[in-house]
Design a protein around this ligand. Structure first.
Ligand code: GLC
Ligand code: GLC
Length: 645
């Protein structure tokens, strides 16, 4: 069966009868743009099934229903965004991540705190998953029991839609999670599978014995080796094994089954129609499993994303995708789409390797690995972007590219061990207070939990009561923020980091959290503490007010927006990270000193990039200090330099 225009027209004819839409309407025009791709992807993934074309037809019916169900307000926004596809990238976008219950109580109460968001300059809000989950352990919301209901106590989907509309009108967009890879073992599909319904058993990967699971285990890594070792869980109700890559209560969905894909597209469109502007595709690399592989980043994953994207571009073309793909640097890039597929997958992906390298540079006081890793990130087309971040709700995994680590002169194993020791506070001279996450004795892997401030030394410094140490810690925090807000991409701030929240160890007393150290950096927002942000003499005030200043300066400088280009430079100093942001009319040089000593950068660097003295640091407004031909950078200084005249 080959694709032909006549085939498409036949589909249009059938759909018109059902939906009573004109052939020339927006829906069919949009469908026409992606239909061939949908056809090819379906044929590739499901072509062996005799009825694969009926599955494709069902999918198109779903699109028709969702299109007709989308409200006029959102359709209006879609049309504006279609006219300006760079709507998200050609301005100053700043994200902020919250747990609804811990930050605001419930969805409607977000509005009570929205002045705080405006004060900061936040333009999009990531709500950590707020769907219905079982009581007790639910992986912080990532074990979804029902995608169409909000979690107890958070409100209703209508509340969420209303809040989304109010925020949107005030210039704050909403990002929500789509937990695509798995459901809770309490989801209706899972329950029916446990009751022995074979239709729903096919929604997951079930095996009658350990033969195939054991084969898979030979090449699959373990994500949560301490609490959920292995990738399969025994289900006594049916006396079978089910695939559970994450926790034992998170069952992996089987995308070789087109019914699963259909249901997930339905969920995606429901969220888009519920007012979300950005959808975060959770754990996306894991969507397709193949024996003999790590079951991550398989080519079919990209085909599935392209189907999701095509569907959204018909129903809700204003909605963007973020890939949560915490994988090797080379693999991360593929989630933007490769070659002809650029623009057909995710619009944003987390810059996980950039984030890890920032922490690496702070610990080593050297920027070799940071420079090498960021240099090898290619120039991205302007319709996609990195989502840059310093901390998030997850652990920090040291997922560098081993080749990069060796190229800058370290042994990957020893270097990882050093960094773990350093951030767990075990290395002599370390300032950090991190906690280990998921130590794996089999391969020596350990990941790191902790808030930005605790990892950057504030917790330890405050305990020491030494003001110089506190100064250094604040210096490190501000350095990281200055890089975050000037590096090419869209910055994302994790709640509480803007007021220097420290680790919260109370999770140890809660049974359902105690074994997962990530809860140490998922605190309840302390609004009393947040009030101190108004006072510049407090640490909260120093960090918050500087963050606000940086966001404000950034918004005035298009050269710092995602569409402006970036070149990573060799500063000539091992501790100074340097990059040039530029547009046709402006250039801005960033110099960031990752060491606790004063550092010098030769003025020859300016000659190489065609900039001239005098230079002004736009953050402080002061002219840069030059001594004997060297720019002087005090410990942890980060300058945003432009030509002064
Ligand atoms: C994502 C989430 C993480 C969760 C995992 C499983 O990686 O960020 O918190 O544990 O998916 O859903
Ligand atoms: C692994 C996964 C990532 C997830 C994290 C949670 O790194 O690759 O998706 O966020 O574990 O700890």
């Amino acid at each position: 069966m080959k694709y032909s225009r006549a085939y498409f027209l036949e589909f249009v004819g059938r759909l018109r009868e059902i939906f009573h839409m004109e052939e020339t309407c927006e829906f069919f025009l949009r469908l026409g743009l992606v239909f061939q791709d949908l056809f090819e992807q379906y044929r590739f993934l499901y072509g062996e099934r005799v009825n694969w074309q009926e599955h494709l037809f069902r999918l198109c019916c779903l699109l028709g229903e969702a299109y007709q169900g989308r409200d006029e307000f959102l359709k209006g926004i879609d049309r504006e965004r279609e006219k300006n596809p760079l709507w998200f990238f050609d301005r100053n976008m700043v994200g902020y991540v919250i747990y609804v219950d811990r930050w605001a109580k419930d969805v409607k109460s977000i509005l009570k705190h929205r002045d705080y968001l405006h004060e900061m300059g936040v333009t999009f809000l990531h709500l950590m998953p707020c769907f219905d989950v079982p009581e007790g352990e639910n992986d912080g919301g990532y074990a979804v029991r029902d995608y169409y209901t909000l979690r107890d106590g958070l409100g209703t989907c209508d509340d969420l839609k209303e809040v989304a509309e109010i925020l949107k009108k005030e210039g704050i967009f909403l990002m929500v999670d789509v937990v695509v890879n798995h459901t809770s073992s309490d989801h209706l599909w899972a329950k029916k599978a446990k009751e022995g319904e074979s239709f729903y058993e096919d929604f997951y990967y079930f095996f009658p014995d350990r033969v195939v699971p054991d084969e898979f285990e030979k090449t699959m890594p373990e994500i949560f080796p301490e609490t959920s070792p292995g990738n399969f869980t025994y289900v006594p109700e049916v006396k079978k094994w089910v695939m559970t890559v994450f926790h034992r209560y998170q069952w992996d969905l089987n995308y070789t089954n087109p019914y699963v894909l259909y249901e997930m597209v339905k969920i995606i469109l429901h969220l888009a129609n519920g007012g979300a502007d950005i959808l975060r595709l959770d754990a996306i690399p894991y969507l397709w499993k193949r024996l003999g592989t790590s079951c991550q980043n398989e080519p079919e994953v990209h085909r599935l994303i392209q189907i999701f994207k095509a569907c959204v571009s018909v129903v809700a073309p204003g909605v963007l995708f973020v890939a949560e793909a915490i994988v090797q640097p080379k693999e991360i890039l593929k989630y933007f789409g490769e070659g002809e597929s650029v623009g057909k997958e995710c619009d944003l992906t987390y810059n996980a390797s950039g984030m890890v390298c920032l922490w690496e540079a702070l610990a080593t006081r050297q920027v070799r690995l940071l420079t090498r890793t960021t240099c090898s990130q290619p120039h991205l087309p302007s319709m996609v972007s990195w989502l840059n971040y310093l901390r998030c709700h997850d652990d920090i995994g040291l997922g560098f590219d081993d080749e990069d680590v060796m190229a800058v002169g370290y042994s990957p194993r020893e270097h990882r061990r050093f960094l773990v020791d350093f951030y767990l506070g075990n290395f002599p001279g370390s300032w950090a207070r991190g906690l280990p996450f998921m130590s794996n004795p089999k391969n020596g892997d350990v990941r790191i939990s902790g808030t930005l401030a605790s990892l950057a030394g504030l917790e330890k410094a405050l305990e020491s009561e030494k003001s110089e140490e506190v100064e250094m810690a604040v210096g490190r925090i501000l350095l990281l923020f200055k890089v975050l807000f000037s590096f090419r991409g869209v910055p994302l701030v994790y709640y509480g980091d803007e007021i220097g929240n420290l680790n919260d160890y109370r999770f140890r007393e809660r049974e359902e959290e105690a074994s997962d150290s990530r809860w140490v950096h998922r605190p309840w927002m302390d609004w009393e503490k947040a009030k101190k942000r108004k006072n510049k003499k407090t640490i909260e005030g120093r960090i918050f007010q500087d963050v606000v200043l940086l966001i404000h300066k950034r918004s005035e400088l298009p050269v710092l927006w995602p569409v402006a280009s970036q070149n990573i430079l060799d500063s000539g100093n091992e501790s100074v990270f340097a990059y040039l942001r530029s547009t046709e009319t402006q250039a801005l040089l960033v110099l960031a000193n990752f060491s606790d000593k004063t550092q010098l950068v030769s003025e020859r660097l300016l000659g190489r990039i065609g900039m001239e003295f005098p230079l002004r640091d736009v953050i402080s407004g002061r002219e840069v200090v030059v001594v004997d031909g060297y720019i002087v950078l005090v410990p942890y200084a980060c300058l945003w330099l432009v030509e002064a005249c």
